[in-house]
Design a protein around this ligand. Structure first.
Ligand code: MN
Ligand code: MN
Length: 466
């Protein structure tokens, strides 16, 4: 009997696919490296809360490593490092490979926009002696999560004279913060009857920005006047300048370690900076790759990759085209031979909300980087669904390099769904698969990830591009 058991055990070891917690699989030094890696990641989260700030921070880091703006007509040789800045909101970094570009490029693509509250074009108003901003939410948020938390304002005023003035208030400890107020429970009897989706309505996401009337005067809207006076002194703007501004309201708190053991990270904007930072640091670490390595940090994923800074534009086509042309290569041939990791988060299984997941195919925290063959919703709508062959290539690469990884789906079938930039890149004609980090409380003001998974994501991006 006991011998029979050991035979079945042996056979099981051979035939069963076993997932295991990465922290139990890995040496202490890998876990230490993960913790060390995430120290700088947390700083990146604090300095790059918007797509513009992420582009700026990324370019600064890249220039320190020798990246220069790509110039058409100039010849770059193997090992050279260039970048393509698309309107300060999307950026592509490339390290020229030893092989001809027509042999294909290795692309990692992550997004640097996150759900938030944008100011409306005409946002400023005063009600009962209080000053407020009207907002229009960006991306998929649970609106009730944005009330009664400290908020900061980031963005730009673009003026008619062509100048652009940057704004960032609420991040310094000494800075004032802003808030969307919620109704007190004592008087919320009617509000409690609303559905969760309607608990706070979009037009109730109004940001409190001041209460002091312009002194020694009479008349209406003196609080609004005083706020405009402050803004005029600080930024040289009038109310009309809001019409050509992009001001984004984001949580004012900073990233931090989570848990007694410090194994987790809490922060705003980890979807998808938790993949953007690994893609960026990986391309900065790549030296003399065989094939040209490209890391793309893109805007507009959270609203469907639309617009000229989203990946549903021709930005990738043009970028690869510029690189191919430099070697008198053909862009079509290049794209056909190219591979991509669409680096985006997946929903990690939350112990409290397990029923939306199908546990055999849900990603778990600390089980490593998640490979997501397809996203979408219903019957695989709106997804590129990577081929078995390409998935096998990626499996082989991960296993060869000792990367801890897992496969994941985005929740139970028909529970909901979502998408990434994968399909837009796949539609160009290259091989693409989604790969990223499992996240809890995705799209909330304070998202949770595990340091181990972040590091495995970095290792994957590096190995893929090197
Ligand atoms: Mn995402
Ligand atoms: Mn998202």
């Amino acid at each position: 009997m006991s011998e029979e058991k050991s035979v079945s055990k042996k056979l099981k070891d051979e035939l069963f696919y076993n997932r295991k917690n990465g922290l139990l699989k890995c040496d202490e030094d890998i876990i230490k490296s993960a913790f060390r890696y995430c120290e700088e990641y947390k700083n990146f989260l604090n300095s790059a809360k918007t797509e513009r700030e992420a582009v700026k921070t990324a370019i600064k880091k890249a220039e320190e490593k020798g990246f220069v703006p790509f110039e058409r007509g100039k010849e770059y040789k193997a090992g050279d490092k260039v970048y393509f800045n698309n309107r300060s909101k999307t950026v592509a970094f490339a390290v020229i490979g030893k092989q001809p570009i027509e042999n294909g490029v290795n692309i990692t693509a992550a997004h640097i926009d996150s759900p938030r509250l944008d100011l409306k074009p005409n946002p400023l108003y005063e009600e009962i002696d209080l000053g407020l901003f009207k907002t229009h939410y960006y991306g998929g948020i649970k609106k009730y999560q944005w009330t009664a938390v400290p908020l900061a304002i980031h963005g730009v005023f673009a003026k008619k004279d062509g100048s652009v003035t940057e704004v960032c208030i609420g991040e310094d400890d000494n800075d004032p913060k802003f808030v969307v107020n919620d109704l007190l429970p004592h008087l919320a009897k009617e509000q409690y009857k609303r559905t969760l989706a309607e608990g706070i309505k979009a037009e109730e996401l109004n940001v409190l920005i001041g209460s002091m009337p312009f002194k020694d005067d009479e008349g209406s809207e003196l609080v609004k006047l005083n706020i405009l006076k402050i803004l005029n002194e600080k930024y040289g703007v009038t109310e009309e300048d809001f019409l050509s501004a992009e001001l984004e309201i984001v949580p004012a708190f900073k990233s931090s370690d989570l848990g007694f053991d410090r194994s987790l990270i809490g922060s705003y904007g980890q979807d998808d900076r938790v993949c953007a930072y690994p893609a960026l640091t990986a391309v900065l670490d790549v030296e003399n790759p065989e094939k040209t390595a490209i890391a793309i940090l893109t805007d507009k994923e959270e609203i469907g990759s639309e617009g000229n800074t989203g990946l549903n534009s021709n930005f990738v086509l043009h970028t690869i085209g510029d690189l191919a042309k430099m070697q008198d290569g053909d862009v079509t041939v290049t794209i056909r031979n190219s591979r991509c990791l669409s680096a985006d988060v997946n929903a990690g299984m939350d112990p409290t909300f397990q029923d939306v997941m199908e546990k055999r195919n849900a990603s778990l925290l600390n089980y490593g980087v998640v490979v997501t063959k397809y996203t979408g919703s219903r019957g695989k709508s709106d997804t590129s669904d990577a081929s078995a062959e390409y998935t096998a290539q990626i499996r082989a690469m991960l296993d060869k390099e000792g990367i801890i990884w897992q496969a994941g789906e985005l929740g139970k079938v028909d529970a909901g769904g979502g998408g990434t930039v994968a399909k837009y890149l796949a539609n160009l004609g290259m091989d693409v698969i989604d790969l990223g980090v499992p996240v809890l409380s995705m799209h909330s003001p304070f998202e949770t990830t595990a340091k181990f998974d972040v590091y495995m994501c970095y290792r994957t991006m590096y190995i893929f591009m090197k």
